[in-house]
Design a protein around this ligand. Sequence first.
Ligand code: FMN
Length: 205
Amino acid sequence: VTTTTRALTVTEAASRRRSIWAYAPDLVPRADIEAILAVTALAPSAFNLQPWRFVIVQDARLKQALAEAAHGQRQILGAPAVIVLYTDMRDALANADAIVHPSLPEDRRAGALRSIERFFAGKGDDEREDWGAQQGYIALGYLLLAAAEHGYQTSPMLGFDADRVKAALDLPSHVPVAALVSIGRGVEDGRPHHRLPLERLARFV
Ligand SMILES: Cc1cc2nc3c(=O)[nH]c(=O)nc-3n(C[C@H](O)[C@H](O)[C@H](O)COP(=O)(O)O)c2cc1C
């Protein structure tokens, strides 16, 4: 496992990042998690709504509850911290005023808020929350790269029972949980990347 003091380029972070299931027990300092989340929070989102929210779980009993909710996946109890990434559109829309760019003059500010209102007017709660969850995965990508840049290893997970995760952390029942991410100093190298060739993914027209 490689750690570094020089900031990695995006290419380096993406190349070195791998899913890691085994970690050293050392706690992740809060300042490091805050630095990683500060980069994560730079992720773009439609309307700039930023519906992502994070719970950083370090408490042993709560980690145990998360592990049980996630079919006993060993990277949860094995990691010093788990970041729970969820999205909350009810909160985001109730506070949309906070996300309109401060440089907008008053009339355009009101216009921006009206566009958001119009866009979501015909959508029910579930559809809004599904839309928010999609934004959440943009943040997940940033989070994984930011952790790599800071010399941490991670493992993103979707294999969990969201209702049990929400119950353990007192999260509101309407929120989608985008991912659990174990984070710490890895003690294994992970699998080398195995990716489809570009010609299978992209078409230039
Ligand atoms: C959204 C998401 C959910 C995932 N869920 C799980 C999971 O529940 N358990 C697991 O062991 N790996 C999980 N993975 C890890 C993937 O299997 C892994 O990222 C993929 O095989 C590529 O390997 P790499 O991360 O080492 O590059 C998940 C990855 C992502 C992005």
